[in-house]
Design a protein around this ligand. Structure first.
Ligand code: SF4
Ligand code: SF4
Length: 668
C-alpha cells in the first residue's frame, strides 16, 4: 500500500446528491437571515472606527480567540472550552477540505495529508469534541454555577441554547457511525488512521453488506439534516458567540490597557452620554451580542463581591435584552433596564474588562450612562453636587483656596514655576489634589520631594497654577466640568513648555498621560514609582538603610490595569534592605479595587460591605504589618478601612515613596 495514494470516496453509496444542494438553500437563507437580524441591531449604534491596524487586530485574534488566552486562565473549564473550540475549528476545516476536493475538483484529500489530517486528526478531534460536550452538559446540568455571582440573573439559556450542543453531540456520534460503516463497507485499507471509527467498525463487522449500505444511507441523510439544523440554530442561540466573540476581539480597543474614555464634542453633540441603545456606538452593541454570560466579570467585581446591586454581567445582559426585545417603548433604559444605583456603585476599576474572555468594554458604557444622567437630567448622588461645585469654583474637591495648593512645599526649597519651566528642569512634579491638601497624603508628597532631592533630580511645581486634573468629574459623567478643568491645565502646561511630568497620583497620571492628548496636551508622564525605580537602577538613589518590615503591596487600578505599571513599585520595595515583600492572592492584573475610583471615593457607600475593608482584610491575611500603596486615593481608603476593621495595631498604610525615603540617606 502506497500512502501517497491514500484517499476515500466522499459520496460512497449516496445518490441524488442534488437533494443535498437543494436543502442548502433554505439552510443558507435561515442562517443569513439570523445574521442579518444581529447586523440590523448593531447598525443602530453610532459610528466607531475599529478596523484600523489590521496586523495588531489579527494578533489579538490569535491570542484571545484562537489562543483562548483568557478562557484558559480557568484550568478545568478553560481546557474543555478550548478543546471544544479548537476541535470545532478542525472539524469545520475538514468539511471545507471535503467540499474543495469533491465539489471544486481540487484534489487535496489524498496521500499523507488525507491520512494525517482528514483521518487521524479529525478522528481524534471528534473524540475530544464528544468528551468536551459531555463535560459541558455535566457542568450546565449537574453542577450548574450557583451562588452570588449568578444569583441576580440566572444564565437564562433559551431552548436553542440547549438544543445546539445536544445536536453537536449527536452529529459527532453520527460521524463516528458513518466512518465505521464506511470502513466496513469499503474494507478500507487505511482504517487504522481513524482509531475511533476503527474500534466501532470492529463491532459492526458481522453485519451483511446490504444492511451496512442501508444503515449508512439513512444515517448519512440524518447526519446531513442534523448539521443543517445546527447551522440554522447558530444565529438564533447563545452559540452565536462563535461568530460574535472573534469579531468582538478583532474590533476591541487597541489602546487598552490605557483605555481612555472617548472625548465628547461638547460644541456639536446633540445628546450627552447614553440613555438609549442608539446612543452607544455599534461596537458597544456588538459587545452585548458577544457576551457569553459566563459571569467572570461578576467574579472579580469589587461591588458584586461586597454585596452591592451592581453586577457587570447583568449590565451587559440587561442592555442586550433591551436591544433585542425592543423594550424601549415600554420602559426607559436608565432606571428601567439599568438600575441607577448599580451605575453609581461602579469604581471603574476595570477588573471586569480584564477578566472578560471576549474583551467586552463595560466601563465606557457605564460612564456614558452616567454622562446622560448627569448632563442631560442632572440626576446624581447628592454628595457629588458639592464635589462638582467645589471643582468648578476652587479647582479641588474640598473647597480649599487653590492659592494654598503649594503650601506643603514651604521650607523645602522647591521651585514654583510662575512662567515657563527652565530647560535644565528634569520633571515638573504634578502634585494633585490629595497630595496638596489632604494631611496624610501631604506627608507622601514631602517624602517624594525629599527622595527626588536626595537623588539630585531637578524638579519644581506649578503651585496655585495647578488644578484638579478632572478625573473624578469625568468618571462621574460630568464631561463638561472635566473638559473645563483639563483645558485650563493643558493651556497652563503648554504655556509653561512642560515636557516631562512626574506624579504620585495614578488618576492624575492616567489622565495627563492618556486623556490630555485628546485636548491638545501631549507630555511624557511618569508615575513616581517608575521614577524612583529608575533612580535606584541608575545609582542616583541608594537604598541602604535597612527597614525591618513585612510589606504587602496593593496595585492601584489606574496604575496597574489601566497602565500596566506593576514592576517598578515592586522593584523599589525589593531593593530595600531588610524589607520582606509578600504578595496578596489578588495582585497585579487581579488586584482588588480600594473602592475610590470612578469618583466613588467622594460618595457614600450605604449598600453591602465596604470595599476598602474587604481589601484591608485581604492584606491582613498575608500577615504583613505594612500595606504599601502608590496612590493617594488608595491611601485614604485604606486609612478608613484599617480603622473600620480595628486593625490599626497590626497594619499600617505607607506609600512606596515614604519607604524609599526611610531607606535612603540625605545628601551631604
Ligand atoms: S469597573 Fe470594577 S466596579 Fe465597575 S463593574 Fe467593572 S469590576 Fe465592577
Ligand atoms: S461580559 Fe464578558 S465576562 Fe461578563 S459574562 Fe459576558 S462574556 Fe462573561
Amino acid at each position: 500500500m502506497n500512502p501517497a495514494l491514500a484517499t476515500r470516496p466522499i459520496d460512497w453509496q449516496i445518490d441524488q446528491i442534488w437533494v443535498m444542494y437543494a436543502l442548502l438553500i433554505p439552510t443558507a437563507f435561515l442562517f443569513l437571515w439570523g445574521i442579518w437580524r444581529h447586523l440590523r441591531l448593531w447598525r443602530l449604534g453610532r459610528p466607531d472606527a475599529r478596523w484600523d491596524r489590521p496586523g495588531e487586530r489579527l494578533k489579538r485574534l490569535g491570542t484571545y480567540a484562537l489562543g483562548q488566552a483568557r478562557i484558559l486562565q480557568r484550568r478545568a473549564f478553560g481546557l474543555a472550552h478550548a478543546a471544544l473550540f479548537w476541535t470545532m475549528v478542525l472539524l469545520f476545516g475538514g468539511t471545507l477540505v471535503a467540499l474543495a476536493h469533491h465539489d471544486l475538483g481540487i484534489p487535496i484529500m489524498q496521500g499523507w495529508f488525507y491520512l494525517i489530517y482528514q483521518s487521524l486528526i479529525l478522528d481524534v478531534a471528534g473524540l475530544l469534541t464528544v468528551v468536551a460536550l459531555a463535560g459541558f452538559f455535566v457542568r450546565r446540568w449537574l453542577v450548574a454555577p450557583t451562588g452570588a455571582r449568578l444569583a441576580d440573573r440566572p444564565a437564562g439559556w433559551s431552548l436553542p441554547d440547549w438544543v445546539l450542543p445536544l445536536l453537536l453531540l449527536i452529529s459527532c456520534l453520527q460521524g463516528f457511525g458513518l466512518e465505521a460503516l464506511r470502513i466496513v463497507g469499503t474494507n478500507d485499507p487505511w482504517a487504522a488512521w481513524s482509531p475511533g471509527g476503527s474500534v466501532l467498525a470492529g463491532a459492526l463487522g458481522a453485519l451483511p453488506l446490504a444492511t451496512i449500505v442501508v444503515v449508512f444511507q439513512v444515517l448519512w441523510w440524518t447526519h446531513y439534516l442534523t448539521t443543517n439544523v445546527i447551522w440554522v440554530c447558530i444565529p438564533y442561540s447563545n452559540i452565536f458567540h462563535l461568530v460574535t466573540a472573534p469579531l468582538n476581539i478583532y474590533c476591541a480597543n487597541l489602546d487598552a490597557p490605557a483605555n481612555e474614555l472617548p472625548a465628547l464634542d461638547l460644541e456639536t453633540a446633540e445628546r450627552f452620554g447614553a440613555s438609549r441603545v442608539q446612543d452607544f456606538t455599534w461596537k458597544h452593541l456588538l459587545d452585548l451580542d458577544a457576551c457569553t454570560a459566563c459571569g467572570r466579570c461578576d467574579d472579580v467585581c469589587p461591588a458584586t463581591a461586597t454585596g452591592k446591586e451592581l453586577h457587570p454581567r447583568s449590565i451587559i445582559l440587561n442592555l442586550r435584552d433591551y436591544l433585542t426585545l425592543d423594550a424601549e417603548p415600554l420602559r426607559p433604559l436608565l432606571g428601567g433596564a439599568i438600575s441607577e444605583q448599580a451605575l453609581w456603585e461602579c469604581t471603574t476599576c476595570r477588573a471586569c474588562m480584564q477578566a472578560c474572555p471576549v474583551l467586552i468594554e463595560h466601563v465606557p458604557k457605564i460612564v456614558e450612562m452616567r454622562q446622560s444622567l448627569v448632563m442631560e437630567e442632572s440626576r446624581f448622588p447628592p454628595e457629588l453636587a458639592a464635589i462638582f461645585r467645589n471643582l468648578e469654583v476652587t479647582a479641588n474637591p474640598w473647597h480649599f483656596p487653590n492659592e494654598t495648593r503649594g503650601d506643603w512645599a514651604e521650607g523645602l526649597e522647591i521651585p514654583v514655576f510662575a512662567e515657563r519651566v527652565p530647560d535644565d528642569v528634569e520633571y515638573l512634579f504634578w502634585v494633585g489634589c490629595y497630595g496638596s491638601f489632604d494631611n496624610r497624603s501631604k506627608k507622601v508628597t514631602v517624602a517624594l520631594a525629599r527622595v527626588l532631592q536626595r537623588a539630585g533630580v531637578r524638579f519644581g511645581i506649578l503651585g496655585p497654577r495647578e488644578k484638579c486634573n478632572g478625573d473624578p468629574a469625568r468618571r462621574a459623567g460630568n464631561e463638561y466640568l472635566y473638559q473645563m478643568l483639563a483645558r485650563e491645565n493643558v493651556d497652563t502646561l503648554n504655556g509653561a513648555d512642560v515636557r516631562k511630568i512626574v506624579t504620585a497620583c495614578p488618576h492624575c497620571f492616567n489622565n495627563l498621560k492618556n486623556e490630555y492628548p485628546q485636548l491638545g496636551g501631549t507630555f511624557e508622564v511618569v508615575h513616581h514609582t517608575e521614577v524612583i525605580a529608575q533612580l535606584v537602577a541608575g545609582g542616583r538613589l541608594r537604598l541602604d538603610r535597612s527597614i525591618d518590615k513585612t510589606v504587602t503591596y496593593h496595585d492601584p487600578c489606574y496604575l496597574g490595569r489601566y497602565n500596566g505599571v506593576y514592576d517598578p513599585p515592586r522593584y523599589v520595595l525589593e531593593r530595600i534592605p531588610g524589607l520582606a515583600l509578600i504578595e496578596m492572592a489578588k495582585s497585579r492584573e487581579r488586584s482588588f479595587c480600594c473602592g475610590a475610583g470612578g469618583a466613588r471615593g467622594f460618595m457614600e457607600e450605604p449598600a453591602g460591605k465596604r470595599v476598602n475593608e474587604a481589601r484591608v482584610a485581604q492584606a491582613e491575611t498575608t500577615g504583613a504589618g505594612t500595606l504599601a500603596v502608590a496612590c493617594p486615593f488608595c491611601m485614604n481608603m485604606f486609612q478608613d478601612g484599617i480603622q473600620g476593621r480595628g486593625a490599626g495595631d497590626r497594619l499600617a498604610g505607607e506609600d512606596v515613596a515614604e519607604l524609599a525615603e526611610l531607606a535612603s540617606r540625605p545628601r551631604n
